[in-house]
Design a protein. Structure first.
Ligand SMILES: N[C@H](CCC[C@H](N)C(=O)O)C(=O)O
Length: 279
């Protein structure tokens, strides 16, 4: 049975999207996802995202496999792509511009804006050691400015969860970071029992951050939406930036706000369709 897919990307963080709203379409296995994400022997992507029927009153459910086959709790660029994918699938019968999506990180709501951008309520960041899968500091102390030994150097890291774990460190020059070699050492460090995404942030101004990322289960990507959100929160917690900032990723900019009113994080950015194909 041929399975249709559509390729989307959010600032170059690219995904294979599959319409699993009907139970007659099988959800592919993690092993199949690894093959499909391969950039030489498959379609090529950072992950596979499934549009499934909603749960507990949500419109839809999102599941995602990273390109290594692991299943993360959430994906920021990916849920913007899912919002556009759903609007494309609904076509003429589309009746809304905001979707309530059930995810392993809770209910996340992408909203399609008039200018073509997608604004997402990414929910509340988790800041306490008890909420972030790390052994960096016991108890409920916030995981801020903790020393972490990686590659023979002591880094000062701040950990934030957006449903998925992020380890953030601030550096003078992100371009100088040897991401290929130290990324995996952060990802697989024993203090992160569920591994971690790792973001390196250069503070250009209090409203402009430059970011590079080594993603859990995907490696170097051109953008990471949950990582940009977690990094802004880490910047505010450590006094390095304001609560609204542009986060510049290799793939382009995201606008991130950590609301003073409801403490939720809002992310605004693009999502582009590339092509549709058949497996
Ligand atoms: N690799 C991430 C999932 C994808 C997150 C990233 N692509 C984003 O845009 O948030 C993880 O394992 O938590």
């Amino acid at each position: 049975m041929a399975i249709e897919f559509t390729k989307y990307h959010g600032l170059g963080n690219d995904f294979i999207l599959i319409d699993n709203r009907s139970s007659s379409v099988p959800v592919i296995t993690p092993e199949q996802a690894i093959k499909l994400c391969d950039r030489h022997f498959g379609i090529g992507a950072d992950g596979v995202i499934f549009a499934l029927p909603g749960e507990n009153g949500t419109d839809y459910t999102m599941r995602i496999f990273n390109s290594d086959g692991s299943e993360p709790e959430m994906c920021g660029n990916g849920i913007r792509c899912l919002g556009v994918f759903l609007a494309d699938l609904e076509g003429e019968s589309r009746s809304k511009d905001l979707y309530r999506i059930h995810t392993l990180a809770g209910v996340i709501t992408p909203q399609l804006m008039a200018d073509g951008q997608v604004k997402v309520d990414m929910g509340l960041p988790k800041l306490l050691a008890a909420e972030i899968p790390t052994t960096l500091s016991a108890g409920d102390s916030k995981v801020i400015n903790q020393p972490l030994e990686v590659a023979g150097k002591t880094w000062e890291v701040t950990c934030v969860s957006m449903g998925n774990p992020h380890c953030i460190t601030f550096v003078d020059d992100v371009a100088a970071i040897p991401l290929e070699s130290i990324g995996p050492q952060f990802e697989h460090h024993p203090v992160f029992p569920q591994r971690t995404n790792t973001e390196f942030i250069q503070v250009v101004s209090r409203n402009y951050l430059k970011m590079r990322v080594w993603e859990r289960g995907a490696g170097i990507t051109l953008a990471c939406g949950t990582g940009a959100c977690a990094s802004l929160v880490a910047g505010v917690l450590t006094g390095k930036c304001d609560r609204t900032a542009t986060v510049e990723l290799p793939g382009g900019p995201l606008e991130i706000e950590w609301s003073e009113i409801d403490q939720r994080v809002y992310m605004t950015g693009p999502a582009e369709r590339v092509f549709t194909g058949k497996l």
